[in-house]
Design a protein around this ligand. Structure first.
Ligand code: FAD
Length: 452
């Protein structure tokens, strides 16, 4: 690593929980050395083999996996601080309950990766193998869960179709009266997302990845259809490959390239609430509850509950101008959250008396078909994208980072990722109007928790 670049050694030994806190408001003595280093920013290198834009869980996973495959001269650029994008507010659930087998496979790999990261790096990641419970309120849902079980068994992922009374044994807070059955996924987990992000960065840096915070990519330069360099607010770097992992900014970054790149995603607000510890505190290893018919999920959090969901009328966000370098908790909107709160109280009536600590609201990017965007863009050789995570970015990051790194190394990945290939979309789908209408339509009819 070049001297002065971000280094795992600049970390304070104890990682403070950065979740849900306004890091800037924390007393100076409690700030992580990584985020608040007073060192002057290091000079950028003149040349890199690959530049990754975005220091969230997705960008750091790509950097980690490329370095593992033997790539050298990998540079990761982050406009703010590492993990200060959407990853900072992520609910921390890693689940294999996904509509496509390739998505379940990526999540299964992520579960295994996040479990071993702590040992590999010494960074605590908050990993707890809680398992999860996908609930069915009707026979149709139960059938789709049984189909998921068959798909998971083919992948070698363990799961059990269970009766409602087994659900109450696994999670006593769950009201089972309207349930016809459930799927238990014992391998699912919860983690602390910023700490996983951090551990991936530490592991990547240990393999020679150069990480520069407070460095914005302005545009990607292209010659004869090839990526040739990246212009930043701190100078230019020549490169052969570029990876756009800019999260909800990926669309604008694509548009600002010398030759426009279509990255069809649309930002929406996503809410969850945190309760104070319950009178009988929840156990850290209580299974995650995924109530697809109620459009909500819930996990144990600090002795209380974290619960979010997918409303039928999500609120759009526009990121034009990219003037916000780090994501802050946005405005609470209790009226908007009401259907999800009602669904939560129906599912866990014991929460009626609990105290609410906070309603968290953070942007997440959604795509026109609720599948992520992965691979080399048509038209520009060497310009890769991994973005548009549809609220499953933490679950996908490990596996998606691995497959994208293989794709860049060998020309194809070791698994069938073609349903996620960014080439399935054309320029038409990059119109803001199209994206807004289409994403709203898809979220109304469907939702990221649903299976097909
Ligand atoms: C409230 C909420 C709860 C969620 N819960 C879950 C969950 O439980 N499980 C799950 O799997 N997923 C969950 N998600 C989704 C998950 O958090 C995201 O999909 C994931 O964090 C996205 O990671 P990312 O690295 O793509 O984006 P980000 O974390 O946003 O990282 C992108 C980074 O790129 C940087 N960047 C952007 N533009 C530039 C530029 N021009 N130059 C340099 N840097 C740039 C940004 O500063 C940012 O740090 C949740 C999302 C939300 C909003």
């Amino acid at each position: 690593m070049r001297s002065g670049a971000w280094s795992a050694r600049t970390l304070s030994p104890v990682l403070l929980p950065r979740w849900f806190c306004d890091a800037g408001a924390r007393p100076a003595g409690q700030r992580s050395g990584r985020f608040f280093s007073s060192d002057p920013p290091a000079a950028l290198p003149a040349h890199a083999r690959v530049i990754i834009c975005g220091g969230g869980v997705v960008g750091t996973s790509v950097a980690y996996h490329l370095s593992r495959l033997g790539w050298r001269e990998i540079v990761l650029l982050e406009q703010g601080r590492l993990g200060a994008g959407t990853t900072r507010f992520c609910a921390g659930i890693v689940s294999v309950a996904k509509p496509l087998s390739i998505e379940s496979k990526m999540a299964d790999y992520s579960n295994a990766l996040y479990e071993r990261l702590e040992e590999e790096t010494g960074v605590k990641t908050g990993f707890v193998r809680t398992g999860s419970l996908c609930l069915a309120q009707n026979q149709d849902r139960f059938l789709s869960l049984k189909r998921l079980a068959s798909r998971l068994k083919v992948l070698g992922v363990s799961c059990d179709v269970i009766k409602p009374r087994d659900v109450s044994q696994l999670h006593p807070l769950v009201n089972i009266h309207d349930l016809v059955g459930a799927l238990h996924l014992p391998g699912d987990s919860v983690v602390s997302p910023p700490d996983v992000n951090h551990a991936l960065a530490v592991a990547a840096a240990a393999h020679g990845v150069q990480i520069y915070e407070h460095t914005s990519v302005n545009q990607v330069l292209v010659k004869n259809g090839h990526v040739t360099a990246v212009e930043t607010d701190r100078g230019s770097i020549e490169c052969e490959y570029f990876v756009n992992c800019a999260g909800q900014w990926a669309y604008e970054l694509g548009q600002s390239s010398e030759v426009k790149v279509s990255v069809p995603l649309h930002g929406c607000e996503h809410f969850y609430l945190l309760t104070k510890p319950l009178s009988e505190p929840t156990r850290a290893d209580s299974p995650v509850v995924i109530d697809m018919d109620g459009r909500i999920y819930a996990r144990s959090w600090n002795g209380g509950i974290l619960s979010g969901g997918f409303e039928k009328n999500p609120k759009p966000i526009f990121t034009e101008g990219r003037n916000q370098l780090e994501i802050q908790n946005m405005q609470e909107d209790w009226d908007h959250f009401e259907p999800m709160l009602s669904a939560l109280l129906r599912r866990m009536p014991g929460l009626e008396a609990c105290e609410i600590q906070q309603l968290v609201n953070c942007p997440e990017s959604f795509t026109p078909d609720m599948r992520c965007l992965m691979g080399e863009t048509p038209g520009i050789y060497g310009y890769f994208v991994l973005a548009g995570m549809n609220s499953s970015g933490l679950s996908f990051a490990g596996g998606a980072g691995k497959y994208l790194a293989e794709w860049m190394t060998y020309g194809y990945p070791s698994a069938n990722v073609w349903p996620l290939d960014i080439k399935r979309f054309g320029n038409l789908q990059s119109s803001r109007t199209f994206l807004r209408h289409r994403v709203m339509e898809v979220m109304r009819e469907s939702q990221p928790l649903l299976l097909t």
